[in-house]
Design a protein around this ligand. Sequence first.
Ligand code: CAA
Length: 293
Amino acid sequence: MAHEIKSIGVVGAGQMGSGIAHVAALHGVDVLLADLSEERLNAGLATIGNNLSRQVASGRITEAAKKEALGRIKPTTDYKAFGDSDLVIESATESEAVKRTIYGAVCPILKPEAMIATNTSSISITRLAAATDRPERFIGIHFMNPVPVMELVELIRGIATNDSTFESARAFVAKLGKTATVSEDFPAFIVNRILLPMINEAIYTLYEGVGSVDAIDTAMRLGANHPMGPLQLADFIGLDTCLSIMQVLHDGLADSKYRPCPLLVKYVEAGWLGRKAGRGFYDYRGEKPVPTR
Ligand code: CAA
């Protein structure tokens, strides 16, 4: 039997967590948004406010709906607030160690029937579930960036996920106005299994000097009708996230076709992580993005 999800906790107020909080609140769900510091929470809330304003400006939602949504999001630095949540969505950084630490802290606070979801883009749901006290009520709910715009959500069952959790998650995704696809628990699921090797290949194309940043992105935007070029998209996703997904594919499938491009590694080592860092394949510090190669 599916349980209706009326209140959620979101762990992580970054790009994805703030997007999830935004969409959930807009669809009538009460949200507790948790992060390590007030500073990060304020940045997340500012992002949500700006993105809601964009939707008001384009007539997609009313000013009243924006106000109501903002009123449903409560920031917190203390997981204790999650005691009444029906579902906690962990949207922390793509590090298994970080996620395990979060589950360890959150599980003792949750009510017994509460579910936990991870927004991981590639890590095994089964393995993450095993780090909690409730693998049968654990599931992958993978949102796409930018969450308020992208229609898809991937649902991934771990080996122990029960039917009630799966149906509750499916109903929750529908309530948010999104379309769900179901994928098996294999490295990077569907979207990233296909998308990231394309991005990695674009970086190899740059690395081998086949084309410049501008040529590669223009080619794929105008030649394949992609809304963003692959290098622009890599910067948008975050180059650290791109690298970690490639590493999960490479380790998990043990096929050399997934080896991360050395140039991607170099950018990450430099701290040029893309848009969020002000620099990646493009430099965003000026008025217009300028290719860095
Ligand atoms: N919040 C709310 N609205 C937003 C928004 C946000 N964060 N970002 C964009 N929008 C809205 C804009 O306001 C605009 O709305 P209207 O049509 O109502 O005017 C609309 O979206 C289009 O935006 P823009 O006109 O600014 O720009 P655009 O046409 O270039 O679209 C884009 C921007 C939607 C991001 C588009 O470039 C796109 O689809 N890019 C590809 C994104 C993608 O592939 N995402 C998946 C990444 S992979 C992933 O997420 C999985 C993972 O685990 C790594």
